[in-house]
Ligand binder design. Structure first.
Ligand code: SF4
Length: 719
């Protein structure tokens, strides 16, 4: 139109780990220079989505308003200048560190941050403050998958990619409702199945879900019994002579012990233990044994468990036993939930890692990172993982926390305890792009950050593909990019030298350079060819999958194609696993198992997706799925409001919003008897008493620290 200059901007969707490319038409008023985003579509040549978008992604422009944005820094709700806020945060952190030591402070960050933001946060905490007390909400999402990959492969390395899902002849979804949580990836699978109806799909999930509509077989296993199912599969594969002996001998170790351990899991025993018909167990095992190309795709149903790492390893064991890894259409595939859960792992955003996938407990790695950063410190011990971090706040050991781009009061288990910990904490800083949420309500200092369409940097999706998120609109109000906020505080703390970046490209180059030190050959992550990227090349960066180095200059679609792994012996490890009961089991007082998860059209606490009726129209209120026979026994009818209580919610009474969760019941014949399901999106801020995090206990996987969010014993009473 007259007076407007249209332009096309390429960025990525900020929601799930599929990491879809998005093209946006930008119109700039020639006189005022104001930019408007006028049209949006999927990027045709982005390898993750090939032009597709799901309903959440397609409504990004409708939800991209300044309503509800945090636009100014505040101290105790008083608007202040950036200089005052930055100085205040730096001074308080320094005082507390001087008085109580580096271990008395912590950062809790997020898979919503861009890789560059994550990198500087990690550098400040580990290299300058000198503690590893930085953890991320990705701990709640995929840390069990990481632990399992590291145990099996020696590295946090996702072996396969989205194309493998399209060319598999068997896709096994385990604890994943990809139809709702990874919709574009699921669309790709739907189309692949349309093209080739011989592709078989198996869903392993206590619930029937949208994903089940495409499945040839649904195993509605009893919650938490996955390891028994996969141990039984290993045993069956041996009995059917379906093992790849050559691969086992050449590329793995520990097979005999794993097989011996699986021996007791006959089909009959699995059927009884998992509470599913024997013929269904046999049907699944037979499909797996006959398949030449199998991908096992798993998410929170596996990871969010007090034995999530073992569950993931029991799945990986079956791929190793059949050689279904490192080949087209094969692999154990952990689908990440958040847009940059993997990018955060790359730069050390977990308390038990250093940057560039290096290990805190490896002295060579510590020396290398410290020398690369020329930093005054490097921790020799792992830091506190999310649940332990908030425990230590509650106990008064951590006295200052900086929470970035996440809302732990809603998402962490045991809401009452998180709230009480943050109230007790001497100094709470929250940087976010929204003005109001349950965690900001408890902040001493609120720092306004840029959001999607304003932020500029990189993200890594579930298949190791790095893409650009581009800053298209100028930062509104007084907002700053997260990396700038962190660097400004670092400089105000006296760490001028390490944080003088002017552009995220500088941070990215530094990060890429650090991945290139591979004297020991022990890490998959390698971006070394990107360390000399010019600013222009960074701006025009096209999506690419790591490792990316001299041998693989165009990136690497699939890992382990040569049968070599990142362990000392270069062999993959079978892990002996046995099913473990959830840490807290049902009792006569708390007889139902509450499962929880996402709904199709909402994201996290709905701060963005809650802004348009087109998304809230799908499901506009929280609900509790319950089997009709369970409801009848309790005298509950469709639509009745019920109160949910758990042992944790009773123990930690949530003073602001009460200890009970109240929801209307939806009767659901496909819900397992004795098990319930509720969505995670509702919080106190969005006017609901349906924030279920107050019901979750602190139970967590001892290896990964991932909380058990899929198995909470509760009681249900009519309101
Ligand atoms: Fe965004 Fe995920 Fe939907 Fe793609 S599938 S458009 S990344 S929410």
């Amino acid at each position: 139109p007259c007076g407007l200059s249209p332009q096309l901007a390429k960025t990525t969707c900020p929601y799930c780990g599929v990491g879809c490319g998005v093209d946006i038409r930008v119109e700039t008023d020639d006189i005022s220079k104001e930019r408007n985003l006028t049209q949006l579509k999927g990027t045709a040549d982005h390898p993750a989505n090939l032009g597709r978008l799901c309903v959440k992604g397609s409504k990004l422009l409708e939800t991209n308003s300044l309503d509800g944005r945090l636009l100014n820094p505040t101290i105790n709700n008083r608007t202040v200048s950036w200089q005052e806020a930055t100085q205040h945060v730096a001074t308080k952190f320094k005082q507390i560190i001087e008085q109580y030591g580096p271990g008395s402070v912590a950062f809790y960050v997020s898979g919503q941050l861009l890789t560059e933001d994550y990198y500087v946060a990690n550098k400040l905490m580990k290299g300058y403050i000198g503690t590893a007390n930085i953890d991320t909400n990705s701990r709640l999402c995929m840390s069990s998958a990481v632990s399992a990959y590291k145990r099996a492969f020696g590295a946090d390395a996702v072996p396969c990619n989205y194309e493998d899902l399209e060319c598999a002849d068997l896709i096994v979804f385990i604890g994943s409702n990809a139809a709702w949580t990874h919709p574009v990836l699921f669309q790709r699978i739907e189309q692949a199945k349309k093209r080739n109806p011989d592709i078989k799909i198996v869903l392993i999930d206590p619930r029937q879900t949208g994903t089940g509509e495409l499945a040839d077989l649904h195993l509605a296993i009893k919650s938490g019994t996955d390891t028994a199912l996969f141990n039984g599969l290993l045993q069956y594969l041996k009995q059917q002579d379906s093992l790849d002996q050559q691969f086992i001998e050449a590329s793995t170790q520990g097979f005999d012990a794993a097989l011996e351990n699986a021996k007791e899991w006959s089909v009959e025993r699995v059927s009884e233990f998992c509470d599913i018909p024997q013929e269904d167990v046999e049907a699944f095992y037979s499909l797996y044994a006959k398949s030449q190309r199998t991908v096992s795709a798993y998410t929170m149903g596996v990871n969010q468990s007090s034995s999530g790492t073992d569950k993931a390893n029991s799945i990986i064991n079956c791929h190793l036993a059949t050689g279904k890894i490192g080949k087209e259409g094969c692999g154990p595939f952990s689908l990440t939930g958040q847009p940059n859960a993997m990018g955060g792992r790359e730069v050390g955003g977990l308390a038990n890692m250093l940057a560039a996938h290096m290990d805190i407990d490896n002295p060579e790695h510590r020396a290398l990172v410290q020398s690369y950063w020329q930093s005054p410190a490097i921790p020799s011990q792992t830091g506190l993982k999310a649940v332990d971090m908030f425990d230590e706040i509650q106990q008064g050991k951590i006295k200052a926390i900086w929470i970035m781009a996440t809302n732990p009061v809603v998402s962490m288990p045991n809401r009452g305890k998180i709230e009480s910990a943050l109230k007790k904490c001497e100094f709470v800083v929250v940087s976010d792009c929204v003005a109001k949420n349950d965690t900001l309500a408890l902040a001493d200092v609120a720092l306004p950050a840029t959001g999607w369409s304003e932020k500029n940097g990189t993200v890594t999706n579930s298949e190791r593909r790095i893409s650009r998120q581009r800053g298209i609109l100028p930062p509104p109000g007084q907002t700053k990019h997260d990396w700038q906020i962190i660097c400004d505080v670092a400089k105000a703390m006296g760490y001028e030298k390490g944080f003088n970046y002017l552009h995220p490209a500088e941070i990215f180059r530094e990060h890429a350079g650090l991945t290139g030190f591979k004297n020991t050959g022990d890490r998959a992550l390698d971006l070394s060819t990107l360390q000399s990227l010019s600013d222009e090349e960074y701006n025009n960066f096209k999506p690419v999958q790591w490792p990316l180095n001299a041998q693989n200059p165009k990136g690497t679609a699939r890992l382990f194609t040569d049968g070599k792994f990142y362990t000392a012996s270069e062999k993959a490890h079978f892990i002996v696993t046995q099913p473990k009961a959830p840490e807290i089991v049902v009792s006569s007082e708390f007889p139902f198992v509450l499962n929880s998860g996402r709904i199709r059209d909402q994201w996290h606490t709905m701060t963005r997706t809650g802004k348009t009726a087109e998304l809230t129209g799908h499901i506009d209120r929280a609900f509790l799925h319950m089997h009709p026979l369970d409801a009848e026994r309790q005298g509950i009818c469709e639509g009745d409001f019920v109160e949910l209580m758990s042992s944790s919610s009773e123990m930690h009474n949530d003073t602001r919003t009460g200890s009970k969760v109240i929801m209307p019941v939806k009767l659901q014949t496909q819900q397992r008897r004795g098990e319930l399901f509720a969505p995670i999106h509702w919080s106190a801020t969005n006017s609901s008493s349906s924030a279920i995090a107050r019901l979750y206990s602190d139970a967590k996987d001892p290896l990964s620290g991932q909380p058990e969010l899929k198995h909470t014993p509760v009681k249900v009473e009519l309101c």
